[in-house]
Design a protein around this ligand. Structure first.
Ligand code: ADP
Length: 490
């Protein structure tokens, strides 16, 4: 197999952790398999990092922060991020294939996520030399200025649903601001985070700026979140794990950004364009087989348009092509057998509670497939109306007026995203103002981009990723006051 910059042409990174610019086995020498969810076959074996490996990675990141990264001018960080963008762009297809094999997601979706990763590097490259302080007016006898300095070693614990995208989303602003990083990717899909090491090395990032410790959550993840040597922690994942991470980080008073789950409503009023709304709703729940934290997993529809909208949705659901990621279907498999069983359990729970199940087809001898499913006739007290399913399952509820819609929209513990479908601009702006959500989309789901700050409230977490707002997570403000003497007035 030919090699290019250390990564075989097939795109599988060398087995090992990436610490201090080197590929190295776990200290325990243990490894584990990562599977292709479309075929259930092993894609690669990966090092099973533990606490000692996390220690090594944090030490390397600390040394890089104290050394070459601290000395780097912002304009040079911008240049290295731009180079990373170009290198990743030139290898985008290789990364898309790797992502699809590791997650099962449709190839086109992987391509679009990798384009998003390139965009993160470009966007934050543009920001690196614009992270400015201010002067504070204390009068003529003082100079008070602020400096936005890097935190130091940043830790990133990422999920499997959009593996490289979730790494780049927090890594790019962290590096732009002058930090170094230790990444613990999800054990279900760690390959692109490893392959990225090669991109960053080729771009010229110094050894220790980017470190990857693969391994299990309870081992490598727990060790990283409780490590006293990290200065900031970004966690994206489930609510129970978010709590565990927060507790572990609390021991060291490490600042934490939490991007957790959601049960985001898509609200359709009786004046909406139903054909367009049906397209957006199907996209909002079936893209990535519903495995996005901001999936629009609850449809709240006005009773007057419930019939015609459901008809359109059922027709779109039946048309979806389900299949292995490499065949580039509309909907791929779920990430694991456990996740598939969990989602099937929710569908059963909905059916038992009286929901009407309208499902597409997904009949495969292998792979963790779940048919795209509509649960109609869901009542607000049902489990499927309140809990995050994280699969291609839409819970459909109805409302009679705007007040009821507003009440239903806020009737979960989450507060991440909300979609609003209406032609009435006042109604759209009223809901956008009042709904409990950090990210509101009117008449188009999954809209916005790398530029748009993203995050939630309640059990969805706190802090904002993307946009210039994300830089706040990776900088600390220092205030300096200087007394100017020699010009005292009487
Ligand atoms: P899921 O349950 O859907 O797999 P998690 O929230 O558990 O999602 O996983 C998100 C990330 O958190 C993964 O990288 C995982 O390995 C990590 N993780 C899991 N458990 C812990 C833990 N106790 N401490 C730190 N990280 C963890």
């Amino acid at each position: 197999m030919s090699e290019r910059g250390g990564v075989p042409a097939g795109g599988i990174p060398p087995g090992g952790l990436f610490i201090d610019g080197q590929w190295t086995p776990a200290r325990s020498a243990a490894t584990f398999a990562t599977l292709d969810p479309s075929t259930e076959e092993t894609v690669a074996r990966v090092a099973r990092g533990g606490p000692a490996d996390v220690d090594d990675a944090v030490r390397a990141a600390r040394a890089a922060f104290a050394g070459p990264c601290r000395r780097m001018a912002p304009v040079d960080r911008a240049l290295l991020l731009t180079r990373a963008a170009r290198t990743l762009e030139s290898r985008a297809e290789e990364f898309a294939i790797l992502e699809t094999r590791d997650t099962g997601k449709p190839l086109s979706l992987s391509r679009s996520e990798i384009r998003g990763c390139v965009r993160y590097f470009d966007y934050y490259a543009g920001a690196a030399d614009k992270i400015q302080g201010e002067t504070v007016p204390l009068g003529p006898d003082y100079l008070d200025y602020t400096v936005r300095e890097p935190c130091g070693v940043t830790a990133h614990i990422t999920p499997w649903n959009a593996p490289l995208s979730m790494v780049c989303r927090s890594l790019a602003p962290a590096l732009a601001a002058g930090n170094t990083a230790v990444v613990k990717p999800a054990e279900q899909a760690p390959l692109t985070a490893l392959a990225l090491a090669d991109v960053l090395r080729e771009a010229g990032w110094p050894a220790g700026a980017y470190n990857v410790v693969t391994g299990f959550g309870g081992e490598a993840g727990a060790a990283l979140s409780g490590h006293p040597g990290i200065d900031s922690l970004t966690f994206t994942g489930s609510v129970p794990t978010g709590r565990a991470v927060l507790r572990a980080a609390g021991e060291n008073i490490t600042p934490v950004l939490l991007e957790l789950g959601g049960k985001s409503p898509q609200i359709v009023f009786d004046d909406a364009d139903l054909d367009h709304a049906a397209d957006e709703i199907a996209k909002g729940i079936f893209t990535n087989a519903g495995q996005y934290c901001d999936a629009g997993s609850r449809l709240l529809v006005h009773t007057a348009v419930h019939g015609p909208l459901l008809e359109r949705l059922a027709e779109r659901t039946a048309r979806l092509r389900v299949g292995p990621g490499m065949d580039d279907p509309d909907v791929g498999p779920l990430i694991s057998a456990a996740q598939r069983d969990r989602v099937l359990g929710y569908i059963d729970a909905g059916r038992s509670a009286g929901a009407h199940v309208v499902a597409g087809a997904a009949d495969f001898p292998k792979g963790y497939f779940v048919a795209p499913t509509l649960l109609d006739g869901v009542r607000p007290d049902m489990l499927v109306a309140r809990e995050e399913i994280f699969g291609p399952v839409l819970a459909v509820l109805t409302f009679g007026g705007d007040d009821e819609a507003a009440e239903l929209a806020d009737a979960t513990d989450y507060g991440l995203a909300a979609g609003i479908h209406t032609r009435d601009v006042d109604r759209a702006l009223r809901f956008a103002r009042d709904v409990r959500a950090g990210y509101v989309m009117v008449n188009e789901y999954f809209t916005g981009g790398v530029e748009s700050p993203f995050g939630g409230s309640g059990h969805s977490g706190y802090g904002r990723e993307r946009g210039l707002a994300a830089l706040d997570n990776y900088t600390r403000l220092r205030n300096v006051v200087v007394r100017i003497k020699g010009d005292e007035r009487p």
